[in-house]
Design a protein around this ligand. Structure first.
Ligand code: B30
Ligand code: ZN
Length: 261
């Protein structure tokens, strides 16, 4: 980690393309999803296997996000829907804003949400995450959007509770209990088939155009206090990482599909 990019100023999103040429590509993420402009389709069921087993997990402050990994190399696999093959879980992480009115990367009808979670999977055939980055079908990323709720969401407490121990960049901390990925992913398995999908990029440098994005329509909930805990994490410079979302990028000639369950 500790790459030389940030979310403000000289190293901010407007300058990423100077060092990372893919960041000025035609198929960048995030985007604004306009619901009146999607193509409705009915794809085969999206399948998430293995998320009902508890795995020992840890979180890391990368300096640009908080990233969760499991000690298990194949904690979960994703297939079906728009995907041609099996994809293996690599990591999940979050994007947020400095207040509860912004923070998501993808927008829906120009509406921002206070947080977005990305669960990153790589194509099994490519054997490793890094090898998958060399292929346009290398990654599948599940995107979850959050709303503010009056009550804390208990499923996220194991993560929120350890944030204070990883405020400094590079710090890493194991979760106290083995984690059920299911508790973060799918509050409602039926609603999992209602999603938008489009082709795009990593939302941070190197902005590689290698990702099949799957954005669930169902919203999850976090309290104001849970959201605020993320804003105390520190950047590589030791400032507060108050926000870490990239502005939306042009759709160009891409089509956003909406899967009708
Ligand atoms: S995202 O889901 O589009 N926001 C990477 C993965 C997913 C997204 C963005 C970037 C990625 O793998 N970046 C390069 C490798 N990173 C891993 C990481 O997630 O955090 C390693 C690193 O620093 O050196 Cu940062
Ligand atoms: Zn992300």
């Amino acid at each position: 980690h500790g790459q030389n990019f940030s979310y403000d100023g000289d190293q901010g999103p407007l300058h990423w393309g100077e060092e990372y040429h893919s960041c000025i590509g035609k198929y960048q993420s995030p985007i604004n999803i306009e619901e009146h402009n999607v193509k409705n389709v009915s794809l085969s069921p999206l399948r998430l296997i293995g998320i009902d087993n508890p795995y020992q997990s840890y979180v890391t402050n990368t300096g640009h996000t908080v990233m969760l990994k499991t000690n298990e190399s194949k904690a979960a696999t994703l297939s079906g829907g728009p995907l041609q093959d099996n994809y293996v879980f690599e990591q999940l992480h979050f994007h947020w804003g400095e207040n509860d009115y912004e923070g998501s990367e993808d927008l829906v009808n120009n509406h921002s949400f206070p947080m977005e979670m990305h669960a990153v999977f790589y194509k099994e055939d490519y054997k490793s995450f890094n090898e998958a980055l060399n292929h346009s079908d290398g990654l599948a990323i599940l995107a979850y959007l959050y709303e503010v709720s009056p009550q804390p969401n208990p499923a996220y407490e194991p993560i929120v509770r350890v944030l204070r121990d990883i405020e400094v960049m590079g710090k890493r901390k194991a979760l106290q209990e083995p984690l059920l990925l299911e508790s973060l992913f799918v509050p409602d398995i039926a609603k999992m088939q209602d999603y938008f999908t489009y082709f795009g990029s990593l939302t941070t440098p190197p902005c590689l155009e290698v990702a099949r994005w799957i954005d669930f329509k169902d919203r999850q909930q976090l309290s104001h206090e849970q959201l605020a805990a993320f804003r105390d994490l520190q950047t590589p410079e030791g400032d507060k990482l108050t926000h870490n979302f990239r502005p939306v990028q042009p759709l160009e000639d891409r089509v956003v599909f909406h899967n009708i369950p």
